[in-house]
Design a protein around this ligand. Structure first.
Ligand SMILES: C[S@@+](CC[C@H](N)C(=O)[O-])C[C@H]1O[C@@H](n2cnc3c(N)ncnc32)[C@H](O)[C@@H]1O
Length: 196
């Protein structure tokens, strides 16, 4: 049996994922950020301390919760699936993390200029790849995939100089030329960007 830590600072993936209902836990290796990746990402996104960080498609909250427990950042997760938002909020409450919030909605409706930094784990992949479907409504839709990539690319192009993004997996087609690649790790899957 896995003993649950009272803090998320030292938690590992197996222990964290066991906090979820079985169906959500089973999706972790495909859809939720590994703990060590979340720690590397937030160290870059909140280097100064106290940054506003937006997770674009926060899923079951794994990146946001680990990031909140390991930084002074103010973290917001936006997620289109209401059941995942509810799970995320419950865990934030359980671990008394008061600098993390979750909103239920479409990331296209947010003003990116309100944030210092962004985390993006390939959220539109579900429109072109049905492996480990998040729910039964998941459909292939290449047009939607392309229009979301173009939309956030335009939004990233409008944010302030110095804004940071971490991308995990994917081709980074959503990152405009106005960003420079500062570093990469995890065999190139994790990329660190900054607005020029
Ligand atoms: C790969 S998961 C990443 C979850 C989380 N960021 C993490 O790393 O643990 C991507 C999530 O993005 C969500 N998503 C996809 N498109 C979205 C949209 N347009 N608005 C809000 N959420 C979206 C999906 O529902 C899914 O939960």
């Amino acid at each position: 049996m896995i003993r649950i830590s009272t803090s998320l600072k030292a938690i590992g993936d197996e222990e964290f994922d066991s906090l979820y209902p079985m169906k959500i836990k089973m999706l972790s290796s495909t859809h939720w950020t590994p703990v060590e990746v979340a720690k590397k990402a937030i160290a870059f996104l909140d280097q100064k301390g106290g940054n506003s960080v937006l997770d674009l498609g926060s899923g079951a909250g794994k990146f946001c919760l680990i990031a909140a427990a390991n930084s002074d950042a103010k973290i917001l997760g936006v997620e289109q699936r209401e059941n995942l938002v509810q799970i995320s909020r419950k865990l934030a409450e359980k671990f008394k993390l008061d600098r993390v919030n979750f909103i239920h909605g479409d990331l296209k409706d947010l003003d990116f200029k309100n944030y210092d930094a962004f985390y993006f784990f390939n959220s539109f992949e579900e429109n072109i790849n049905l492996k480990d479907r998040l729910d039964k409504d998941n459909r292939i839709d290449f047009v939607q995939y392309r229009s979301y990539i173009d939309l956030i690319r335009r939004k990233f192009d409008e944010v302030a100089v110095g804004t940071r993004i971490v991308t995990y997996c994917g081709e980074a087609a959503e990152i405009p030329e106005s960003f420079r690649l500062v570093n990469s790790s995890n065999k190139g899957k994790l990329k660190f960007w900054e607005k020029k």
